[in-house]
Design a protein around this ligand. Structure first.
Ligand code: SME
Length: 162
C-alpha cells in the first residue's frame, strides 16, 4: 500500500488525475475491505484535488445511506430520485451540476456547496449499489475531465467487487 498520496498543486487538473489514478490503484489493491477502500479513496480525492466534499452513499433498503466521506457532516439518508444523488441512482447516469441552486430538488447539506458531480456505481447485474458524490465550493467546477477520470476511479471499485 502507498504510505501517502503525492500530487503537486501546480499540475493541471488532467495531470493531477493521471498521477492520482495509479496511486489510488496502489492504495486499494492490497485491501479487500470495501469500507476501508472507500474511506481511503475519499481521503485521497479530497486531499489531492481539494474538493469541498467527497463521499459515498450506499443503496440500503431503498434509500441512499451515507458511507465513508471527507468533508463537513452530511445528510445521512436520501430517497430514490431525490437530490442530485437520488437522480444519479434513478437515471443510472452521471449527474454534473454547474450551479446547485438551479437543480430542482437539490439537497443542500452545506450552503458552501456550489457545484456537484455524482457518479452511479454498479454491481455485475448493472444495479446501482452506491454513488460517489463530489461537491465543490466553486460554481461549474466539474467538466469532462472530471467525468472521464472519476469514471476510472469508479472502475477500481466496480472491478474489485464485481
Ligand atoms: N447535494 C446532494 C446531497 C448530498 S451532499 O451534497 C453531501 C444531493 O442533492 O443529492
Amino acid at each position: 500500500m502507498f504510505e501517502s498520496i503525492h500530487i503537486a498543486d501546480s499540475l493541471t487538473k488532467e495531470k493531477k488525475y493521471q498521477e492520482l489514478l495509479p496511486q489510488l490503484k496502489g492504495l486499494t489493491e492490497g485491501e479487500s475491505d470495501l469500507v476501508a477502500n472507500l474511506a481511503n479513496l475519499s481521503a485521497a480525492l479530497h486531499s489531492s484535488m481539494h474538493f469541498f466534499w467527497v463521499g459515498f452513499y450506499f443503496v440500503k433498503n431503498n434509500q441512499l445511506v451515507l458511507g465513508p466521506f471527507q468533508g463537513t457532516v452530511a445528510c445521512t439518508r436520501i430517497d430514490f430520485g431525490k437530490g442530485v444523488c437520488g437522480k444519479a441512482w434513478e437515471t443510472k447516469q452521471i449527474q454534473m451540476v454547474d450551479d446547485v441552486d438551479g437543480f430542482p430538488g437539490h439537497i443542500a447539506c452545506s450552503s458552501l456547496s456550489r457545484s456537484e458531480i455524482v457518479l452511479p456505481i454498479f454491481n455485475s447485474k448493472k444495479e446501482v449499489v452506491m454513488v460517489l458524490d463530489i461537491d465543490s465550493d466553486k460554481l461549474a467546477d466539474f467538466d469532462e475531465t472530471d467525468k472521464k477520470y472519476l469514471q476510472e476511479v469508479i472502475l477500481l471499485i466496480e472491478k474489485k467487487y464485481e
